[in-house]
Write a protein that binds this ligand. Structure first.
Ligand code: MG
Length: 210
């Protein structure tokens, strides 16, 4: 048994719906890059701890993390989820319906950077962010998150270790190089208090201070 299996066996709260959604995403041969159940549980816990009401998710995939986060929100809370692939957004929406939380979610289709610029024009602000999308985009998504953050907002980023690829300094791996830049920026950003949780595939966490 691994550490992660032990934690899940004792503390895990993934229910049948979430398990079925994870299976559904695998069956559709979508990239099996949903967050680990332990990460989903941590995100939900952080949303409740911080009293967050407006969550921005960059990268919906099949809605697995979206269900964890939408469930953690109050009834009038909102999850805004950005997804470049309209088919994935459809799957995500259906999965949130299945979990009974679709009424809290809005899907915005298209390249995330376009939608982020539009959200800024609309005056949208968020108090919780999950970055879990294309890795080369991470550094730009971090800057957007800081711009769209309310004071005290939390920024979380999955795959901050990228299967340990960040540990080498191989510059040919574009994704690893981008995540290394992202982590460095998160650590040194004057408006962020940050840490990297080296569990699962790594979760970088920051709080926006003004
Ligand atoms: Mg991920």
């Amino acid at each position: 048994m691994t550490r992660e299996e032990y934690a899940l066996a004792v503390f895990g709260t993934e229910d049948d719906i979430l398990r079925a959604v994870r299976q559904d995403i695998a069956d559709r041969h979508m990239p099996s890059i949903s967050v680990h159940p332990g990460i989903g549980q941590l995100l939900a816990w952080l949303i409740q701890l911080s009293g967050s009401r407006h969550v921005l998710e960059i990268g919906a995939l099949g809605g697995y993390s979206g269900i964890w986060m939408a469930r953690a929100l109050p009834e009038d809370g909102r999850l805004t989820s950005l997804e470049i692939n309209p088919d994935y957004a459809d799957v995500a929406r259906r999965n949130l319906e299945r979990a009974g939380v679709a009424h809290k979610a809005t899907y915005r289709i298209g390249p995330a950077e376009d939608t982020l610029a539009r959200l800024e024009q609309e005056g949208a602000r968020f108090d919780f962010f999950l970055i879990d999308a294309d890795k080369p985009g991470y550094p730009a998504y971090l800057e957007w998150a800081v711009r769209l953050a309310q004071p005290g907002a939390v920024i979380a980023a999955d795959n901050a270790l990228l299967g340990d690829a960040v540990l080498s300094d191989d510059t040919a791996d574009e994704s690893a190089a981008a995540i290394r830049r992202f982590n460095r920026r998160m650590a040194e950003h004057p408006r962020l208090v940050s840490l990297l949780l080296p569990a699962y595939d790594g979760l970088s966490l920051a709080r926006v201070v003004t």
